[in-house]
Design a protein. Structure first.
Length: 307
């Protein structure tokens, strides 16, 4: 049996995962492009594979159809918006996720973006490197109100970290757990209440038809002029043109974005605005999270291939 591994960080800090695949009798094909594969690249590399460990590379119906031997898809992460689940189900292809493996790392990075945007650390660093030592006035984080959209494992960890900064936590989740919220001092709120009342808004939703462009021009207009928006979840949750317009016009304080609809993003404004901090979809890229995801995805794939 042959399997493809596509994520850039898979096995990088824990090469033992490749030994695990080989010990199961699997021939391993690696994505060595250094980037995310496009559809044509996926179709070519998957053509004779029985399984795949996939990151954010496309696994739509067309790609799945080009892999007639495919039996198992192991997601290296939790979001499956890049996988056509119906096409996989129709073929009897098993799909697994690494639930919980990276939640601490992503929450850490969300907080890092919040702090970086609020305190303008990237801008200050850049000015200092130009020997410009003028003081830049920034905004406070301690005591702010944070709104968390999506209170799953990552959202809950962000809430915990925010409370360490004395923040009031509002949250929205379609599968609300009142017992958990009450025990952790989290207040239930509608998205509109979060947009209007919160100083910081952090996105932790899956990308689905109902969440695509969840935040657009209308939602941005409801936010405070000193609001901070952070996305460590999925590109497509935010109307990026609307966000760029809002950032250019100073309608919100700033944004920290780690996930874009196209990576890297195509609009040149992303690279010139000083009130945005960019990430390369790297929130989960720590040695610990990569090891956890790698081990879990490997075990899931071996199990689902019946080995």
């Amino acid at each position: 049996m042959k399997v493809l591994t596509t994520p850039r960080s898979y096995g990088k800090t824990d090469p033992e995962v490749f030994a695990m695949l080989q010990a199961a009798g699997l021939e391993v094909v690696r994505n060595e492009t250094g980037g995310i594969l496009d559809k044509e690249g996926m179709k070519a590399m998957l053509a004779d594979c029985d399984g795949v460990i996939v990151g954010v590379d496309p696994m739509d119906a067309e790609v799945i159809a080009a892999a007639p031997k495919l039996k198992a898809i192991a997601k290296y992460g939790v979001g499956v918006d890049n996988i056509d689940l119906e096409a996989a189900k129709a073929r009897g292809i098993k799909v697994s996720r690494t639930v919980g493996a990276n939640s601490e790392a992503v929450a850490d990075y969300a907080m890092a973006l919040i702090l970086a945007v609020a305190r303008k650390t990237v801008l200050i660093d850049s000015r200092c490197r130009q020997k410009d030592w003028k003081k830049i006035t920034t905004r406070d984080v301690t005591g702010a109100t944070i709104g968390i959209l999506g209170l799953g494992a990552i959202g809950r960890n962000v809430a915990q970290r925010a409370q360490g900064f004395g923040m009031k936590v509002l949250a929205h989740d379609p599968f609300w757990n009142e017992e958990y919220a009450a025990a952790h001092n989290i207040t239930k709120a509608t998205p509109d209440e979060i947009f209007a009342q919160c100083d910081i808004i952090s996105l932790h939703l899956p990308l689905m038809p109902e969440t695509e462009n969840f935040i657009g021009a209308a939602e941005l207009a409801k936010m405070k002029p000193d609001a901070i928006l952070v996305n460590t979840a999925r590109g497509g949750l935010i109307d990026e043109n609307a966000l760029l317009d809002a950032l250019e016009a100073g309608k919100i304080y700033g944004a920290g974005i780690d996930a874009f609809s196209s990576e890297p993003p195509k609009d040149p404004r992303w690279f010139t605005l000083e009130n945005v901090v960019l990430g390369s979809h790297c929130a989960a890229s720590t040695s610990g999270a990569s090891r956890n995801m790698g081990r879990m995805a490997t075990e899931n794939l071996i199990r689902d291939l019946g080995l």
